[in-house]
Design a protein around this ligand. Sequence first.
Ligand code: N01
Length: 525
Amino acid sequence: MADHDVLVIGAGFAGMYQLHLLRQRGFDVVVIEAGDDVGGTWFWNRYPGARCDIESIEYSYSFDVDLEQEWTWTERYAAQPELLRYARHVADRFDLRRDIVFGTRVEALDWDEVARHWTVSTSDGTTRTASYVVAATGCLSVPSRPGIVGLDDFGGELYWTSSWPDGVDLAGKRVGVIGTGSSGLQTITAIAPAVGSLTVFQRTACYAVPAHNGPVADLLPTVKADYPARRAVSRMTPSGYQCPVETTSLSEIPASETSAALDKRWDVGGLCFTDTFDDVLIDPAANERVSAYVRERIRAKVEDPAVAEKLLPTFPIATKRLCVDTGYYEVYNQDNVTLVDITEEPIERVTARGIRAGGAEHELDLIIMATGFDAMTGALDAMEVRNADRTLRAKWEHGPRTYLGLMSAGFPNLFTICGPQSPSVLSNVITSLEYHVVWITDALTSLRDRGLSRIEPLTENEDNWVQANNDLADLTLMPQAASWYMGANIPGKQRVFMPFVGGVGMYKQIADGVAAAGYYGFELS
Ligand code: N01
């Protein structure tokens, strides 16, 4: 008899809901969380300007009608403090904390085939057994720590956006930021008014579209009046959220009307800018039309043409995660801001006094690392996941292999929420994680009801799913960019497109069908 029916790893948005739903179904559950509180991403990423790029009316739980009605978002795009308050509110509201062990990291999972349970070893030196394990470990939770020479020699302050401490004083300081993805952009935009000087070290220019953030109060009554229907529609969309503009093919819009179509979407802002063209990730000509439009917008915002040129991205738009900005490009019009293109002036090393790049030393009081994450597989790779002499890390050496992004053959009774080869990071992750939580809970309930205790995908079905994922990705432009979707930001990591590109609605239809067919492609015993 195992200590617990289910052990959940992580108390972010996925782990919290998983605990709640399993408890409701009468399972005994424990959650192990590395942080000191709930919230996951929104617990750790407290850097200045941290904000969600999905609108708050969509990026919120749908599982509880009262919660949905009673919680009041203040902004169209919620900032990190509000999201963390929301996570804490949910933990209190559903009395979740009593089953969460905080400040403890899962280090190893060992499958016992005879006992049919996992033995879970944690950083506090204890072990627990559980019949099932659910890894709610997040897709972007393990920071990438690039081996830039001399980081340890720096005499000033050094911070990572992914583990930002409280109480950092930036006022008047000479600050350097490495990295210009979503985290870097938000940090740069937020701190530029306060710092003495700001030097941005850019390796790849990104595409950023305006958020048009603002109060959301006017919208809330209409949304709340219709929430269940709205959520049902969102669950069938490709991205797991809706846009206030119709989706169309850019290639079908007459040439004389394309500028107006792009302007309209620019005025809406956010990820809908590209999401509402269904050919932008398939048709190179359509993609280039949209990419060129954003490049023109960047040129118009940045006063110094030489700086603007460095800020122009060259890869096909949306093949790396689009950034959503609140005045990013305008920062470069400030006299105290310098852009260093490290493809022209490579970082040689960090010194005691700053960063030496292209032969010049940039003297700094403080360095901010916004260099991203070992995405999608990083958190699973960080644990020893063993079944006899096999490890998950070794199995995934040439890229993750899963069935539906939910399980991996050879590792029974271990589920991943928003795992590789599921829509996860290409979607509103709340929509996707809620779907997985329900799917997993239904599967465990079905096993229990039938007196069964083991579930594992069949290798053939897993192989087919991996192949389908790769084939679908190859139909798009997505694999063309050196993105974290491809694992390209981690030296030595296998380059393979990791998320499922078919969209949330299509994924739901497939995974619903698998369950309805008695868990087709899984072996149950
Ligand atoms: O990470 P990133 P992020 N030397 O990987 C650069 C979500 N998110 O934390 O592009 C110099 O995008 C790297 O350069 P390159 C969102 O899904 C959401 O910003 O690899 N530079 C890149 O510029 C997002 O996509 C929100 O050439 C180095 C940057 O560092 C995801 O998290 C907010 C380097 C890393 O960008 C990740 O975003 C924040 C090196 N050695 C995050 N190594 C919102 O909701 C890397 N870089 C808005």
